[in-house]
Write a protein that binds this ligand. Structure first.
Ligand code: SF4
Length: 336
């Protein structure tokens, strides 16, 4: 199996059977070797420089009804909120005060965030934080919306494709969403000059190894600049709440493979990994990640955003401690 890792490192891809074998027959030896190669690639391409992004969950309203997601429209148990411009600025101020200059503005598909509204928000953010980078993760807005945000100064955009397989997509996502439209939107972001990214969840219900292969190939074909791969976590009060969590080790394995496939990509270490693995987010760096995604130290807000609820309905994660996390990463030879 280590030859497959070598092939992946040299050519940046593998044929279907070989890639399927690499994923299906994962073992400790291959995993260690894959991680070593992923770290070597990061060292060579990124010089082991770490980025830190602060996530600002600006709204938990969503017009959609995806079966796996706690923010789905029909979830009546979520206390909905939407930040105003001042609230968003204050969150960014917290991050900036801790040396974090990249802000990921994230929300459900909130129809309130029109082009006019978000233009004002971004204009204010550019005024307050002229050196910052702003990444948008607001869902499937149209081309004009993203064009306007780019003109104001948005740096990147992240649009999770969910699953690249259309049959799998139909089992999880509602009929008003389409994998084709998602893919078109992704290419559109790229054409508009964004650092464009996508991602998916490992261990989603009904997911097969073949589906995962389609997902990683989509990221490769699209030459994603940003990659966020998390582990599926069953969310209470969703139609899929009784399903199993995704496998954290498998998620790290796929992250490492993606580092070899997309050496230049910004690969995120997402807090969701902490829900399925001890020190999961820090361990993403062992697998070649280079971007630490930080949350605000506001458990009530995170709870309402519903990002990390487990079956018992309690928030699993304590508030983020930037110094502690960066200290753990320094020990691994990474620096800002
Ligand atoms: S996955 Fe995204 S689009 Fe679907 S319900 Fe959740 S927030 Fe809305």
């Amino acid at each position: 199996m280590t030859e497959l890792v070598d092939q992946l490192a040299v050519s940046g891809n593998l044929a279907g059977d070989a890639f399927g074998e690499l994923l299906r027959y994962r073992n400790a030896e291959t995993m260690e070797y894959l991680f070593e190669q992923a770290r070597a690639t990061r060292r060579q391409v990124k010089k082991d420089v770490l980025q830190i992004w602060g996530r600002v969950p600006i709204s938990n309203y969503c017009k959609n009804n995806c079966k796996m997601c706690g923010l789905r429209r029909e979830n009546q148990f979520v206390k909905r909120y939407r930040m105003d411009t001042q609230g968003i600025i204050e969150c960014c101020q917290y991050f900036a005060g801790n040396g974090v200059q990249t802000f990921l503005l994230e929300s459900g598909e909130d129809v309130f965030f029109t082009e006019a509204y978000m233009s004002e928000v971004l204009t204010e953010l550019r005024k307050h934080f002229p050196k910052s980078k702003i990444i948008l993760s607001l869902g499937e807005k149209n081309r004009d919306f993203y064009l306007k945000m780019k003109k104001i100064g948005a740096y990147g955009a992240l649009l999770h494709h969910g699953t690249a397989n259309s049959m799998h997509f139909k089992k999880i996502f509602p009929a008003n969403m389409s994998p084709l439209l998602k893919k078109q939107r992704l290419w559109q972001l790229k054409e508009l000059g964004y650092h464009a990214g996508s991602g998916f969840l490992v261990g989603m219900p009904y997911q097969t190894i073949e589906h995962v292969l389609e997902d990683v190939w989509l990221l490769k074909e699209f030459e994603a600049s940003i990659v966020e791969v998390g582990a599926y976590i069953p969310t209470p009060r969703t139609p899929l709440e009784n399903q199993r969590s995704g496998n954290g080790e498998m998620t790290l394995y796929i992250l490492a493979a993606l580092r070899l496939m997309l050496p230049d990509a910004m690969i995120l270490a997402s807090p969701t990994l902490d829900c399925v693995l001890k020190d999961g987010r820090v361990r993403c760096f062992d697998a070649g990640a280079d971007v630490l995604l930080m949350d605000l130290p506001d458990e009530e807000l995170l709870n309402r955003y519903g990002a990390y609820q487990r079956k018992n309905g309690r928030l699993y994660l304590p508030g983020d401690n930037i110094e502690k996390l960066t200290g753990q990463l320094k020990e691994r030879g990474l620096f800002q």
